[in-house]
Design a protein around this ligand. Structure first.
Ligand code: GDP
Length: 303
């Protein structure tokens, strides 16, 4: 199963004709190679900062080690990229607190509901009981979807018809404590009726969760679509400014050539804080959520 998702990730990351690994095949190590690499990294949404930094390191390495073979340069880029991405790698601290309260945000369509399902499944498989809070009270369909999913997977869901999302979150944290749940995951809205401001609503939910448990939320995750490149950077910045993110779930990396986005995050591109990436989504199935491992990711991107 592990090789299959890596293959899918690799295929996704090289979907355009401009696969980074493909550039090294049958070429000499010259200025033209660096030009092509620069284009490919920019096309993969690595952003200017990361692209310059990676290429500068690569040039130094090529010079110092007198690399003359394109295959060696490719291996060097793989290492350099893995080192560059390493600060984003962080193990999710499951089980450090009980209940661990996890607030989950993300714009509609990013894969939030799917990721919550995958996480609930994963946590329960690890022997950690899960309680879900249907915090998107603005979309009846979102609540119904979560309740339905909970029934099928034997996960308890706290919901309130048309209620205040912050109140639902508050109740869920208290219920989680009373029921001795391992993890309480609080879903939030990805879009609101126009007159309300999403970020203000999220801040309020965060504040009210702290009233139920002063150490909570222990984790504040943003689910972001890995396909969206520069837009993903803008989303991370906006959500981080509002609710202080502790981690990312980057979805849809099986269907994208835009894996460079994570290099941009690691480089602090456009003032983004390098928020750790706990998981990556590599498919629609329940098991298609994998911990982010910098080395694996670099190997998938560079080939
Ligand atoms: P939400 O609006 O943020 O809750 O988004 P959903 O969870 O409903 O997901 C939107 C669409 O993206 C659905 O069709 C999901 O199956 C799909 N999706 C979510 N995560 C992934 C992923 O990692 N890979 C792929 N290929 N599709 C995904």
């Amino acid at each position: 199963a592990r090789t299959s998702w890596l293959t899918r990730l690799r295929q996704g990351l090289s979907r355009t004709g401009q696969s980074i690994g493909g550039i090294f095949v049958g070429v000499k190590v010259d200025e033209n190679l660096f030009d092509e690499l620069e284009t490919a990294l920019i096309m993969a949404d690595a952003g200017v900062e990361a692209t310059q930094k990676l290429l500068a390191s690569l040039r130094t390495r090529v010079r110092k080690e007198r690399l003359e073979d394109a295959g060696q340069v490719r291996a060097a880029l793989r290492d350099i990229l893995a080192d560059h991405l390493a600060p984003l790698e962080k193990k999710f601290p499951l089980g450090q607190t009980k209940p661990m309260v996890v607030m989950i945000a993300g714009v509609n369509g990013a894969g939030k509901t799917t990721s919550i399902g995958k996480l609930a499944n994963h946590f329960q498989a690890q022997g950690t009981s899960v309680l879900l809070a249907a915090g998107d009270t603005f979309r009846a369909a979102a609540r119904e979807q979560l309740i339905e999913w909970g029934k099928r997977n034997h996960v308890n869901v706290i919901a309130q018809e048309g209620g205040d999302p912050a109140a639902v979150a508050f109740d869920a944290v208290n219920a989680g404590r009373a029921r001795e749940a391992g993890v309480v995951m609080v879903d939030t809205a990805g879009r609101l009726p126009t007159q309300l401001h999403l970020m203000e609503e999220l801040k309020k939910i965060r504040r009210v969760i702290s009233k139920a448990d002063s150490a909570a939320p222990h984790e504040v995750l943003l689910v972001v679509d890995g396909n969206t490149g520069q837009n993903a950077i803008a989303q991370i910045r906006a959500f981080d400014a509002a609710i202080n993110l502790t981690g990312l779930v980057v979805t849809k990396l099986d269907g994208t050539a835009k894996g460079g986005t994570l290099a941009a995050v690691a480089a602090g591109s456009q003032g983004v804080r390098p928020v750790p990436v706990y998981w990556i989504g590599v498919g629609e199935g329940l098991n298609d959520l994998q911990p982010f491992v910098a080395k694996e990711f670099a190997a998938a991107l560079v080939g």
